[in-house]
Design a protein around this ligand. Structure first.
Ligand code: ARG
Length: 628
């Protein structure tokens, strides 16, 4: 399928013109096509003449003239001439309304111009990864939001996507909690059949603090690094208390699947998972039980894998522990390293023989590439785990586990890192008492506030429609507020801001979509039906042109998310589109257009805009409402 995006068409045409004008240029050519800063000069400009002039040792204006002479823009744009060249050598390009109309028509199919990947891949997306017996809080929003949006983007482009929920459901911390719960149950102070996640969370914290007494010396280590890594460091500290020893014994029993111990663990897992999956369902995050691949699922594979690493001398013993060095990556013929050298080795077995978080992650890469045949693995995880991930990526490459058996190529492994969620005071988001807020309470508040806002605008809405509408708006608000930021940055969680109906928000986009649907209701009331769907697009008024130009780069926006793993590019596209539409609708009467042909063209423009908004939001994992 040929592209309907003007930038990509113009890039092709200008690349060809530059090649024809300067056959001596052998390197790749970037024609530097960009939207015009000032609309009176044109719609786009080609800015390549300036940098090419340096390479060619000639004057930018002469270079621009040569490009103009060789450029064949067909009927896409008005014919170029010397008058198209401005300043030192910018080439102004004005698209023709009729060609914009045919580009829109070519975009106006079921795929909305989104080009399926030429080489469909198997993409694993690592997302969610909650830990057993811990209440979900605001910090758990980002991984499923970003991960699901990235996964949907790859699905939209025709790739095979496998979501993997790498649950923290194994290890000493869990065993500690199991030991504590068994004690409480045996003392008659706890009924495991009716236990809630809050109670589990409390037991987890109590168990943790009873084993933490001796590890004050680790306070320094705690300042940096990830909680899980620290917990593992703590586990190495001498002077373990009774509680600590009991936890160890419980871990041994758990590993041996001792029925009572294992049964309690299963109960913890069940309670945690039911909350986690309910939250996902409510947030319209496509993570279900079938995506669960917790640490426990690798438990049996760790010892044989580590033995394999040791046998092949990928891993070596260092001060009693087993490590994989990752400081000397192999280099290809061109001298490029297989990864950026990392000083700190990847620890795969502790001195006491226990395995670590990293061991399991190496094992997960092995399964994902060797069994699931991943070509690409994307980790939607907190930025603080970057070193950990780079270590396990490198160790897996060294071990050969990351080589896809189907293609023989090394799977591409990426960390789609994200920053923290802050409160409005700029500090980590907490309640007044300093506790983290449970995710369910947070969603409830977003939905309640959305309900109040809808009720204020619409006094006749039925209670059941109000509830459904508020649920959608509340969830859309939370998701969009997260996704519209550069994911690597921290962002501020503010109910007021995310729920505003104006500005770059979820509710604003939902409203823009519902407003378009309302136009069709109005058309139907007037007896205008269907005839517009095959009408010719007539792009004449300036705001029609602007709307066409805002619509056409949809494919580019979706592709850009896949390229950068940054959903905010699609948010920005949709926000611009909604704003442009609003201007168009203010300036161009639709149902009351001056003649039937203009009316039908405009109705088709409205319809296309609506479908792109709905599709784009669904790629982000955000549901829409037909009316609001
Ligand atoms: N459970 C981990 C944590 O709480 C996140 C898991 C992320 N995924 C992974 N493959 N390590 O930090």
């Amino acid at each position: 399928m040929s592209s309907s995006d003007p930038i990509s068409i113009l890039s092709d045409r200008f690349r060809a013109a530059i090649r024809a004008a300067f056959p001596q240029l052998t390197a790749e050519i970037d024609p530097l096509i960009a939207p015009s800063k000032q609309a009176q000069f044109g719609d786009f400009q080609c800015n390549a003449a300036m940098s090419l002039a340096k390479q060619l040792a000639s004057k930018p204006r002469d270079v621009a003239q040569a490009i103009v002479k060789h450029a064949d823009l067909g009927d896409l744009a008005e014919k170029l001439s010397d008058a198209s060249i401005a300043g030192p050598g910018f080439i102004n390009i004005k698209l023709r309304g009729d060609s914009l109309g045919s580009l829109l028509a070519s975009m106006d199919g079921p795929s909305l111009g989104v080009e399926p990947a030429r080489e469909p891949m198997t993409v694993v997306v690592d997302l969610m990864g909650v830990n057993l017996a811990k209440q979900m809080h605001v910090g758990h929003l980002r991984s499923p939001f970003i991960g699901d949006a990235v996964a949907r983007t790859f699905e939209r482009l025709g790739h095979t996507v496998l979501r993997q929920n790498h649950l923290g459901d194994w290890g000493l911390n869990i065993a500690m909690t199991v030991a504590r719960l068994i004690e409480m149950r045996d003392a008659g102070t706890l009924n495991l059949d009716s236990i809630t996640l809050d109670q589990l969370d409390a037991a987890y914290k109590a168990a943790e603090s009873s084993t933490r007494r001796d590890v004050d010396g680790l306070a320094a280590a705690r300042k940096s690094g990830h909680p899980k890594a620290i917990a593992e460091l703590e586990a190495q500290v001498d002077g373990a208390t009774d509680a600590f020893n009991r936890a160890r014994q419980t871990l041994v029993k758990l590993q041996a699947h001792d029925p009572d111990t294992f049964g309690v663990w299963q109960r913890i897992r069940e309670v945690t998972m039911s909350v986690c999956l309910a939250v996902c369902e409510r947030l319209r995050v496509n993570v279900t039980d079938e995506h669960s691949a917790g640490e426990s699922s690798y438990a049996e594979e760790l010892a044989p894998m580590v033995a394999d690493l040791e046998k092949r001398a990928v891993a070596e013993v260092d001060q009693g522990a087993l490590i994989v060095r990752v400081d000397q990556p192999p280099r290809d013929a061109a001298g490029n390293p297989a990864w950026e050298p990392i000083k700190e080795p990847c620890l795969v077995r502790k001195t006491d023989g226990g395995f670590l978080y990293a061991t399991t992650d190496v094992c997960a890469i092995r399964r994902r590439v060797q069994k699931l045949l991943a070509d690409r693995i994307i980790y939607c995880i907190d930025a603080r785990q970057n070193l950990h991930l780079r270590q396990v990526f490198a160790a897996s490459v060294r071990a050969g586990y990351a080589t896809n058996p189907r293609t023989g190529r090394t799977a591409v492994m990426e960390h789609a890192a994200f920053g923290a969620v802050l409160g409005e005071d700029g500090r980590p988001f907490k309640t007044r008492s300093g506790d983290s807020v449970s995710l369910q309470a947070l969603i409830d508040e977003a939905v309640d506030r959305a309900a109040a806002a809808v009720r204020a605008r619409n006094t006749t809405i039925s209670d059941s429609e109000l509830r459904a509408t508020a649920e959608t708006i509340g969830v859309a608000a939370m998701k969009y507020a997260d996704l519209c930021n550069d994911r690597s940055r921290d962002y501020m969680f503010s109910f007021d801001r995310m729920l505003a109906f104006e500005g770059n928000t979820g509710p604003y986009l939902l409203y823009a979509y519902a407003r378009i649907r309302r136009i069709f209701e109005k058309a139907r009331e007037r007896g205008v039906e269907g005839s517009w769907s095959s009408a010719a697009f007539r792009i004449a008024a300036p705001s029609e042109k602007t709307l066409a130009l805002a619509l056409l780069p949809y494919n580019a926006a979706v592709a850009r998310v896949a390229e950068t793993l940054q959903p905010h590019h699609l948010c920005q596209y949709l926000y611009d589109l909604a704003g442009t539409f609003s201007t168009f609708y203010d300036q161009c009467p639709v149902v009351d257009a001056p003649d039937a042909a203009t009316r039908d063209s405009r109705l088709r423009l409205c319809d296309l805009t609506g479908r792109v908004l709905r599709d784009g939001l669904s790629v982000l994992g955000i549901p829409t409402l037909e009316r609001m």
